[in-house]
Design a protein around this ligand. Structure first.
Ligand code: FES
Length: 155
């Protein structure tokens, strides 16, 4: 199809390369890019709180990438495990923290806040996922795994 363009450029076809047009995504591409991007991107540390927002010896729950993460403050060292108790789903962030364990507020199962191990039965396969935590400046950051189970630092 021909249409008139600037007089000095002459007529152009719609399907000819046009730098501005080539940057516009097609409607179907717009609808699939977010899920494709989510699956392919590598996990990155994400800021979930500022230092001082989690009192020493306590935990707080934060939504990160569709997962509720319990972050604990152990005297300035931060740890993170999945917040959902594998027994019946209580929030472990609201549990009683003693040393490196948290006691679930509903039925008192105990978990390691460092690696998610079920401390009442360490040989059990029941365990909560744990996540690396770092502090950058005043920001507490958590590294979630991507859908392939990799973390960014694992390559
Ligand atoms: S819900 Fe946590 S021990 Fe039952």
């Amino acid at each position: 199809m021909l249409e008139l363009q600037d007089e000095d450029k002459g007529p152009r076809r719609h399907d000819e390369h046009d730098e501005n047009k080539s940057l516009e995504p097609l409607p179907f591409v717009v609808s699939i890019v977010p899920s494709w991007f989510r699956k392919c991107r590598m996990a990155e540390f994400q800021t979930i709180a500022k230092v001082g927002e989690i009192p020493d010896g306590e935990g707080r729950a934060f939504p990160v990438d569709g997962t509720i993460v319990a972050v604990f403050n152990l005297g300035g060292e931060y740890t993170a495990i999945n917040d959902v108790c594998p027994h019946m789903g209580a929030s472990l962030a609201g549990g009683y923290v003693e040393g490196t364990s948290v006691t679930c507020p509903w039925h008192a199962w105990r978990f390691s806040v460092k690696d998610g191990t079920w401390l009442d039965n360490p040989r059990s396969k029941i365990a909560n996922a744990c996540y690396p935590v770092r502090v950058v400046g005043e920001e507490i950051q958590v590294l979630m795994k991507d859908e392939g189970g990799r973390m960014k630092d694992e390559g």
